[in-house]
Write a protein that binds this ligand. Structure first.
Ligand SMILES: Cc1cc2nc3c(=O)[nH]c(=O)nc-3n(C[C@H](O)[C@H](O)[C@H](O)COP(=O)(O)O)c2cc1C
Length: 714
């Protein structure tokens, strides 16, 4: 078979798109008429029909001509591209290409054609009307029997629909991918936001927890109320301070926590603030009075501020209980007052006691020498008055803690038992005295005079609180309050205490009075009836003995005084033997040195009455002179602690040089004399406080003389 290259013959064909046009009619076939056997002709015919019938565009190009001109296209090509065969014959197929044709693909085609290879590509082509279509193109080389390249056959497959579907799909995939990417970005952002939110929430929670524990553990009460004054929150400190549980007060009006008149005024305060914004209740450091659940009132420091919660106006109150601070302030004030009074008391007591020694001594003499009827009553009254004065001085000294102490181990129950008769007389018939003493002995170590004075003072106080009569109860108890708050806050030593409780059913006291009751010169009694020193002396004595006194009282409901004194585990010293009626006497020689003439005279009289020989001197030098000149046999020296020219202890020392076995008895107006001389005094000096009675002097002198050996020397 030989193909003739006379294509132009066919260029004039009018209807190139007609299906079924045969190859023969388009391409001149050599020997088409005669030389082909009829079988081959039939086969060719069938092939012609097939090529014309396929839906793929088919192009045949001459491979031996430059630029591969088209020599044939089938009707499907015409249908696909819109070009007629006549229009394209002799042209290269690149006219189908356009702006969106991929140049790399055309390079690929060219490369294949040049090398006589088959190529299979997909590229964008353009129809005659300019519309694009996707062309799946296969170009195959055709060779003759000798293997020479003669033609290229191109087969087009219009895959626009598929491509578009693919593109649409791709676009969808692309869009999905973009959406997916976007979603991932969103998800990450969201995750970030969630993390951030979680962090913020955790921080919030932590902050909340912190605030909660601050509020829960604050020592100050924290109370929040709304605009109406209703309690919204109440922390544990507030519960402790007011005695209410949070559950009891939440939702209640805050005025519940205030005594009158604030209770009634509070609503109008709050209303006024709401209307005018005048911060009458708002502020820092306002001292007000609070009311506990049990009705008791107490001073408190209140600071109120405003805040808003969920758009609601709220108030927050910080509350501090000032009770303890007030107590401490009172104690400090009292201590300062006591110190001042103490100094004053100590100052006057010395002279005063000298005077009283003389008055008491001389009245005693008068009474001993006056005939029964002669002015005895008057002298007795002088003596009584002087004794009262002595007792007052004694109180002053006890109060200023300058009273010489003679602490002994005592059973408080016995002390009360011994005093009961006297106390019954003291309180009168209208008052019923009840004693409830602890079954076990209540051992304490105290000067007997002091504890008697404490009991007397408290009983007199109770009596005066019950002018219409009533009941006075004296109780003793043993209390080991080592772990109690009371003892910790008062700074008392832990351990067992004896508790003396004195309760009356009298008129009672308001809080103000209770706060001042132990202060010196504070008295609720009519002028002239009380010294105002009774309770402060009591207080001083108890403090001096490392104890504590408290008072509980309510107006109209009587008072209870509680006295705590350190308890001794058992009796450490034997009780003193009862004083015998007969006064001890002697015939020893006593050197008496006292610069107060009258005191010296009275003392001499006392001593001579008991049989002693008395040598007198008014100062230390005189005493030394007597000893030098007369060289008397002196058994005892009685000297004032303070002498005009030398101290008593110094003199004692000097005399001891001549009389090594000499006993010395010091006398003084107040214990300060002794304390001031501590450096030069014997460790355990014999000491007698002025004013003294003849009886006391007689016993002390005998005690001094009978003590074996000299006193220890400094
Ligand atoms: C038989 C045959 C059919 C071809 N059919 C196409 C066709 O349908 N579309 C097309 O873009 N290129 C077709 N080409 C390719 C181009 O005619 C041309 O060879 C190609 O663009 C590379 O050459 P160039 O770089 O000189 O343009 C065909 C080539 C031959 C030989």
């Amino acid at each position: 078979m030989k193909v003739r290259r006379t294509y132009t013959r066919y260029a004039n064909m009018s209807d190139g798109r007609k299906r079924g046009a045969d190859l023969n009619s388009r391409i001149a076939i050599v020997n088409s008429n005669d030389t082909l056997p009829s079988q081959a002709k039939a086969a060719l015919y069938i092939l012609n029909r097939a090529v014309a019938a396929v839906r793929n565009g088919i192009i045949i190009a001459d491979a031996q001509q430059p630029d591969y001109p088209i020599i044939y296209c089938n009707p499907a090509f015409e249908e696909i591209t819109g070009y007629s065969q006549a229009e394209i014959l002799g042209r290269n197929c690149r006219f189908l290409q356009g702006p969106a044709t991929d140049p790399t693909v055309t390079v690929q085609i060219r490369d294949a054609l040049q090398n006589g290879r088959e190529c299979r590509v997909v590229l964008k082509n353009y129809r005659k009307d300019g519309t694009p279509f996707w062309n799946e193109l296969t170009i195959s080389p055709v060779r003759d029997d000798a293997g020479r390249l003669t033609h290229f056959v191109g087969i087009q497959n219009d895959i626009t629909a598929r491509k578009e579907a693919e593109e649409a799909q791709q676009e969808t995939v692309q869009r999905l991918q973009e959406a997916y990417q976007q979603a991932i970005v969103y998800a990450q952002e969201l995750k970030g936001e969630i993390l951030e939110r979680r962090r913020a929430e955790a921080a919030l929670r932590e902050n909340e927890g912190r605030l909660h524990s601050v509020v829960e553990n604050a020592l100050d009460g924290i109370i929040t109320i709304d605009e109406q004054g209703l309690i919204d929150s109440f922390n544990p400190a507030a519960e402790r301070i007011f005695g209410y549980s949070a559950a009891e007060v939440i939702g209640q009006n805050v005025k519940l926590l205030m005594p009158e008149p604030y209770h009634s005024q509070h609503d109008s305060y709050l209303a006024n603030y709401r209307q005018t914004g005048q911060p009458k209740i708002i502020g820092v450091g306002r001292e007000v009075t609070g009311r506990r659940k049990d009705g008791s009132t107490f001073p408190l420091d209140l600071a109120v501020s405003e805040f808003s919660l969920a758009r609601r106006r709220m108030f927050i109150g910080l509350v501090r209980d000032l009770t303890r601070r007030r107590q401490l302030e009172t104690q400090l004030r009292q201590a300062q007052k006591m110190e001042a009074i103490g100094r004053l008391a100590g100052g006057i007591a010395h002279d005063f006691n000298n005077i009283l020694t003389v008055i008491l001594g001389q009245t005693e003499f008068l009474l001993n020498h006056l005939a029964a009827a002669d002015l005895r009553t008057e002298v007795e009254q002088i003596s009584e008055a002087a004794q009262q004065a002595a007792s007052l001085t004694h109180q002053l000294l006890a109060f200023s803690r300058q009273q010489p102490l003679n602490a002994q181990t005592l059973n408080l129950n016995e002390v009360i038992g011994d005093m009961e008769k006297m106390l019954t007389r003291l309180i009168g018939e209208r008052i019923n005295l009840v004693t409830r003493l602890s079954p076990a002995p209540a051992w304490i170590k105290i000067d007997p005079g002091q504890i008697q004075q404490v009991i007397m003072n408290l009983v007199i106080n109770a009596r005066d609180a019950m002018p219409q009569g009533g009941q006075l109860t004296l109780e003793t108890d043993l209390a080991d309050l080592a772990g109690s708050d009371l003892f910790q806050s008062l700074g008392l030593a832990p351990g067992p205490y004896v508790l003396l409780t004195i309760t009356d059913t009298g008129i009672g006291m308001d809080v103000e009075t209770q706060m001042h009751i132990f202060e010196p010169f504070f008295t609720t009694k009519d002028i002239g009836r009380g010294t105002g020193l009774g309770l402060s002396t009591t207080y001083a004595i108890i403090q001096q003995n490392r104890g504590y006194i408290s008072v509980e009282s309510q107006l109209g409901h009587g008072s209870t005084f509680k006295v705590y004194l350190p308890q001794l585990p058992m009796k450490m010293e034997p009780a003193q033997a009862n004083l015998s009626v007969l006064l001890p006497s002697g015939n020893e020689t006593i050197l008496l040195i006292e610069d107060e003439v009258n005191v010296r005279l009275v003392t001499r009289k006392y001593l001579q009455k008991q049989g002693y020989t008395v040598l007198e001197a008014n100062c230390a030098q005189e005493a030394l002179q007597i000893c030098r000149q007369q060289n008397p046999q002196v058994n005892l020296v009685i000297t004032d602690v303070i002498l005009p020219d030398m101290s008593g202890p110094e003199l004692g020392e000097r005399l001891r040089q001549s009389y090594p076995l000499l006993k010395i008895l010091y006398i003084s107006g107040y214990a300060n004399d002794i304390q001031q001389q501590q450096g030069s005094l014997d460790h355990n000096p014999l000491f007698l406080q002025k004013p003294f009675s003849s009886e006391i002097l007689a016993r002390k002198v005998r005690e001094a003389l009978d003590t074996p050996g000299p006193q220890s020397t400094p």
